[in-house]
Design a protein around this ligand. Sequence first.
Ligand code: NAP
Length: 482
Amino acid sequence: MSASTLPGVPTGLFIGGQWEDAHATYDVENPATGRVLASVADGTAGDARRAMDAAVDAQTSWAQTAPRERSEILRRAYELVVERTDEFARVMTLEMGKPFAEARGEVAYGAEFLRWFSEEAVRISGDTTTTGDGRNRIIVSRVPVGPCVLVTPWNFPLAMGTRKIGPAVAAGCTMVFKPAHQTPLTALLLTEILSEAGLPDGVLNTVTGMDASAIVTEWMESGHARKVSFTGSTNVGKILLKQAAENVMRSSMELGGNAPFIVCADADIDKAVDGAMIAKLRNMGEACTAANRFYVHRTVAQEFTTKLADRMAALTVGDGLADGTAIGPLVDAAGLDKVESLVRDAVSKGARVVTGGERVGERGYFYRPTVLTDVPTDAQMASTEIFGPVAPIYVVDDDDAAITAANDTEAGLVAYLYTQDIDRAWRLSDRIEAGMVGVNTGLVSNPAAPFGGIKESGLGREGGRVGIEEFLEYKYLAIPKG
Ligand code: NAP
């Protein structure tokens, strides 16, 4: 039996509008304490099959609903999520560690995708033109792509779900949804709220489980799914792209980052440090948008490093629910091991620890905010997402060196640039190979903006005006003029 120490949070499978117990369960842990929070349904390929069947059954009637109806479901869901902000925030802090204040911030951010796409649902438009020879009308309309496979990571358990579910609902697609195994509870609470908001049975089907490959492969090979929208690591993204190729499925991929953070000689250093604190430490550094490599001009490197290290050293590390905590635990033992090993590797190759450089306490997966200098470019962390509160600083002598180093990666999600010269800002952002550039800001994510990367960071965009496009097909009618 699935069970929870969190009253009111569902723990079962949600298929065809019904909550079900699975044959087996797995334990969800609090990374701050290692204690079990809940036993959640451990779905199987068979459960996944039934979920897909439900999505397929619901697709035709769902596609025919009025846009306003879909819009109002999303609007109600937005209001319900906002009403239950503290409950969502608490669940997120408990299952993945982020400090409660940050979790409340994610609720606002994640809910906004529901509101944004409730507004987009009624703005889906087509096009009417005439053929060049004047003989035919060309009527172009937009139709839902069909049943969608949604797979999300643990680092933003609410927002990564709403960023996909919002546009899929707005477009009229049905869904099968697998959240990350570490953070099923937020996803299940969201599923319940969408149902309460009036989403018809079968439109959203949520299957949690430990065997991601079995569940998702069942969907990818079903022949019924028309689209996959995935957020997660580049390695898993590539597996899904290969599977998608078999059935020629539409694919949206939000994959790994390796963000450069460039501080030019003329930057306002205090503002750059403010931006670095957000770009590096939001979500304990466990973000695809996290600044992973700091390229700082030699003339300002000392000042930037000292100020950043002082700010980072002053932060309180602890349980995300405790007052004053700025840095919660990393998500699990594997996450902590990875950060420890990347720092050990850099230090063994000559990096110097300015602050931090160690785990905190014996229980839970805490790591101290860390600044490293003299990091050699062959350190593993130069080419690996650190996914932790570690800022490696690389000194550069000019803008060309900064841009060359920044672009020397297969990732191309986001970059940050600090300069007070507007011409330099334009010039350098033009040369940066990334889907998003934060100019004098450490935060780019916003539901109104097209989020996504180039190169191996992904395909497609989420949010903004284009977010809904990912879930729509074109349909063209050729009609002779009478
Ligand atoms: P992950 O290991 O790729 O997992 C992501 C999701 O894929 C989880 O639901 C996971 O399920 C599932 N999965 C794992 N193996 C699978 C397989 N063989 N077939 C199908 N599904 C599979 O990534 P993560 O560690 O959760 O998240 C961190 C990564 O996500 C980082 O690389 C980060 O940069 C990226 N990310 C990107 C964005 C973006 O918008 N670009 C945003 C956030 C995160 P289980 O949990 O059950 O393994």
